[in-house]
Ligand binder design. Structure first.
Ligand code: FDA
Length: 311
């Protein structure tokens, strides 16, 4: 409950335009702990640096909830440029996108969902260069549409090219996971990062943690590829025990973490022979992402305030 109060306080303050303007002008030096840089070159550099530690990268161009067709198409072009930059690289090519970033809320002149039009362009290119694209999961009003669109895209491009994310904090998620089983999807399991009402999301962290374990175990047991995306060491240790107990091979799952968080743990797991990927966000639209990272951990507020006072 305390966690929810803290998260709602931070995300409530973050929504204030005056706070946003101060943080946007003075907070960049602090945001760089979580964001790899302004442009694609910065992000590719971060991927290559992680590769030296045996950790793979997931490129994420920051931006979400786009309301104009022009902006959505610009984001799609920039994501296609990521594919160009990754083409021919010797390491795994992996990109995360948000459907709301490429037009999920918009309809084209011919009546199609712009997010789907752009997603198909991106996935066609990804398939061509052997890249994997993950559809991030956003706030709860988008879950139905995102899952339906994922199903459509997975049947067109295959689950080796596209995957999505399930959030343990939503009451609905265990059912959603079971309903996707026929696809044998590659799913990333997360706890959930948005400020959601108690009617749809569990307010207590202990319940979310328990739901996280149930979901992860169910997905692994069903024989599906699972990206265990958490920095929670007790969960990571439990997953390690679970896979040994159930004879699940290392090739059926991986650990994922965020850029700038628990790099020691990322390296350690990679050394132990697990596949580890770090989510590397970059770009100018860092404010919403940064706010969610601050809302996850009280100590981060002090880190931000200290950094901004210094800056
Ligand atoms: P938890 O919050 O319990 O933290 C466990 C420990 O991790 C903390 O004690 C601390 O040590 C460390 N930690 C966690 N967050 C930190 C932070 N911000 N700063 C410093 N330390 C921190 N969410 C979503 O809704 N949709 C999505 O698509 C995604 N995608 C995604 C991809 C990847 C690769 C990851 C790792 C996470 C996401 N998330 C997400 C975010 C996710 O929902 C969740 O908010 C964060 O991962 C934090 O939860 P943990 O599981 O790490 O546990």
């Amino acid at each position: 409950m305390i966690d929810r109060i803290y998260r709602s306080a931070v995300l409530g303050v973050a929504g204030n335009k005056a706070v946003e303007s101060v943080v946007r002008t003075r907070g960049w030096s602090v945001a760089q702990r979580f964001v790899a840089g302004d442009d694609l070159q910065d992000a590719v550099r971060a991927v290559e640096e992680l590769e030296r530690d045996g950790v793979h990268g997931i490129l994420d161009l920051l931006g979400e909830m786009v309301t104009s067709e022009e902006e959505a198409n610009t984001f799609a072009e920039k994501i296609l440029a990521i594919m160009d930059a990754l083409d021919g690289k010797p390491y795994p090519k992996y990109v995360s996108i948000k459907l709301s970033q490429i037009g999920q809320d918009l309809t084209t002149a011919s009546g199609e969902n712009l997010g789907m039009v752009n997603a198909r362009r991106i996935l066609t290119r990804a398939q061509h260069i052997g890249a994997f694209v993950r559809l991030d999961m956003e706030d709860h009003p988008r879950v139905d549409e995102t899952l339906a669109q994922f199903r459509e895209l997975a049947s067109e491009f295959g689950t080796d090219t596209v995957g999505t994310v399930l959030q343990a904090y939503l009451y609905r998620t265990e059912q959603d996971r079971a309903a996707l089983d026929d696809l044998h999807p590659n799913l990333r399991i997360v706890k959930g990062a948005y400020l959601e009402p108690e009617t749809v999301a569990m307010p207590d962290k202990a319940d979310v943690d328990a739901a996280y374990r149930r979901l992860t175990y169910a997905h692994l047991k069903a024989g599906n590829y699972t990206a265990v995306a958490s920095h929670d060491e007790s969960i990571i240790e439990d997953v390690k025990r679970f896979v040994i107990a159930h004879g699940i091979p290392k090739s059926q799952f991986e650990f994922q973490m965020l850029y700038g968080i628990r790099r020691d743990l990322q390296k350690r797991l990679a050394k132990e022979g697990f596949t580890v990927r770090a989510y590397i966000p970059y770009g100018r639209d860092w404010y919403a992402y940064f706010s969610r990272r601050i809302a996850e951990r009280p100590a981060n507020v002090l880190f931000v305030l200290r950094g901004m006072l210094k800056g």
